[in-house]
Design a binder for this molecule. Structure first.
Ligand SMILES: NC(=O)c1ccc[n+]([C@@H]2O[C@H](COP(=O)([O-])OP(=O)(O)OC[C@H]3O[C@@H](n4cnc5c(N)ncnc54)[C@H](O)[C@@H]3O)[C@@H](O)[C@H]2O)c1
Length: 254
């Protein structure tokens, strides 16, 4: 018995990083995974990996989730193919960074579109399906959403992730009467293809920061996906509105 047997799980950003791990793990736990990504090549690689491991997956890439119409079409198509949506896992995100006086207005808007608005669109369009299934939304926030840091000018990224965390809380309230749960997982620094370079050649203040993580290491994708799996499963059926921080204790440092 898998922990997600019989569930249809929509996972965004399966082209690499944590989204790929999520697709592999959720499928291994019995879910029928429906993935998408902006880039079809990485998503197709994930499809091959999932199927080689004996899992079930459908891929709708390319989908630009920052475009409301494309998000809507993806979700309704997934529901039409599989008959329902039980889980929406909002993993996909794409940040830009820059000091406030240098970050352009266009880059700020880009970050809001690709880190916050895409989460709202997917939640909004999945909502009617989740009302029928009494389903769950797992959003991916970040510890960047609850603090400032010296080592990275993450004003737009942190603001967007704070929005994801608060959207989670509000939708948990709105979803209660429909038996929809809405939860958030907030990773600390996690090694993925987008971030691995920081471990080797990141700025010294960043290296100092990760060296102080109480549990003595940076995150791996499975650390985050394990938390998301628990929250997505029926084991968490009385948990909603939570922001589960998965960071080895890094964000509680003074
Ligand atoms: N890696 C970390 O240290 C870390 C820390 C905190 C939070 N997070 C969050 O975890 C999640 C996964 O992080 P990751 O490091 O695996 O990221 P990643 O960059 O490796 O993968 C993100 C995937 O999302 C896709 N994507 C981005 N924008 C998209 C769009 N508009 N439409 C469709 N697909 C899109 C990308 O193509 C990519 O395949 C993100 O939400 C990220 O903000 C990561």
């Amino acid at each position: 018995m898998g922990r997600l047997d019989g569930k249809v799980a929509l996972i965004t950003g399966i082209g690499g990083g944590m989204g790929r791990h999520a697709a592999l793990r959720f499928a291994a736990e019995g879910a029928q995974v429906v993935g998408c990504d902006l880039y079809p090549e990485g998503a197709e690689e994930t499809v091959e990996l999932v199927r080689a491991a004996g899992g079930e997956i459908t891929n709708f890439a390319p989908v630009n989730l920052a475009n409301a119409d494309e998000s809507h079409t993806w979700i309704d198509s997934a529901a039409a193919v599989h008959g329902k949506v039980d889980i929406l896992y909002n993993n996909a995100s794409h940040p830009k960074f820059g000091p406030v006086d240098e970050l352009s207005v266009e880059d700020w808007d880009y970050v809001m579109d690709n880190e916050l608005n895409l989460v709202f669109y997917a939640c909004k369009f999945a909502w009617p399906h989740l009302k029928k299934s009494h389903g769950v939304i797992v959003n991916v926030g970040s510890i960047a959403g609850t603090r400032g840091v010296e080592f990275m000018p993450q004003n737009a990224h942190g603001t967007a992730k704070a929005g994801v965390i608060n959207l989670t809380q509000q939708l948990a309230v709105e979803g209660g009467k429909h038996k929809i749960r809405v939860v958030c997982v907030s990773p600390g620094f996690t090694v993925t293809p987008s971030t691995a370079w920081l471990v080797e050649s990141g700025p010294q203040p960043f290296k100092d920061n990760i060296a102080r993580i109480p549990l003595g290491r940076v995150g791996q994708p499975e650390d985050v996906v394990n938390a998301a799996l628990f929250l997505a499963s029926d084991e968490a059926s009385w948990i909603t509105g939570v922001n589960l921080v998965v960071d080895g204790g890094g964000s509680v440092l003074g």
